[in-house]
Design a protein around this ligand. Structure first.
Ligand code: SF4
Length: 169
C-alpha cells in the first residue's frame, strides 16, 4: 500500500466536536433501533447482532490495527474504548474480515431501519434526517481529520478517506 501524506500533525479532536458527533450517532442508533423494534420486531435480533458486532468484533479487527488505538481518536473517541477491550496489534493490517465485518455491521445499523419502515412514509421521513445528520457529522468530524492527519496506510482504501481528501486537502 502507498504511504499516506498527512498535511497536519494529529492531535485529539475538540470535545465539543466529539460530543456533537456522538449525539448525532447515538440519536441515529436509538431511533433506528426503536423503528426496527416497532415496525419489524422479527428483525430486531439482526439489528442487535450488528450493534454488538460493531462495538466488539469491528473494534478488534480494525481499531487494534490503527495508529489511534488507545487514544481519544476522531471517530467518536473510540480508540480509547477499543483499547479497554483488546490490545494493539501493530504488526497486523486491515484485511477482508475487517472490511466485511464493518460493512455488514454499519450497513445493517444504518439501513435496516429504512427497510423496516418501508410502507410507513412518516417513519421514513423522520428517520432520513436523523441518518443524514449522523453521516454528515461523521464526515465533518472523523473523515475530515482522518484525511488531514492519518498515517496508517490501509486507511487509503476507505472511500470516505478518498472523498475527504478531495474535499478538505
Ligand atoms: S480512528 Fe477509527 S479505526 Fe482508528 S482507533 Fe479510532 S475508531 Fe478505531
Amino acid at each position: 500500500m502507498e504511504p499516506l501524506c498527512p498535511v497536519q500533525v494529529w492531535e485529539e479532536p475538540p470535545l465539543a466536536e466529539l460530543a456533537l458527533e456522538t449525539a448525532a450517532g447515538a440519536a441515529m442508533l436509538a431511533y433506528g433501533g426503536w423503528l426496527v423494534g416497532k415496525n419489524r420486531f422479527k428483525l430486531l435480533p439482526l439489528w442487535a447482532a450488528a450493534f454488538l458486532s460493531w462495538f466488539t468484533l469491528c473494534k478488534y479487527l480494525i481499531c487494534t490495527r490503527c495508529e489511534r488505538h488507545g487514544q481519544l481518536c476522531e471517530f467518536y473517541g473510540l480508540g480509547k474504548y477499543a483499547a479497554r477491550l483488546f490490545p494493539a496489534q501493530p504488526g497486523r493490517t486491515l484485511d477482508a474480515a475487517g472490511i466485511t465485518a464493518e460493512a455488514a455491521s454499519a450497513g445493517t445499523l444504518y439501513f435496516l431501519p429504512l427497510l423496516a419502515s418501508l410502507g410507513r412514509p412518516r417513519d421514513l421521513l423522520k428517520y432520513m434526517p436523523v441518518l443524514a445528520a449522523a453521516l454528515l457529522t461523521q464526515f465533518l468530524v472523523s473523515c475530515r481529520r482522518c484525511a488531514l492527519t492519518a498515517t496508517t496506510p490501509w486507511k487509503a482504501a476507505c472511500p470516505n478517506y478518498k472523498l475527504a481528501r478531495r474535499v478538505f486537502v
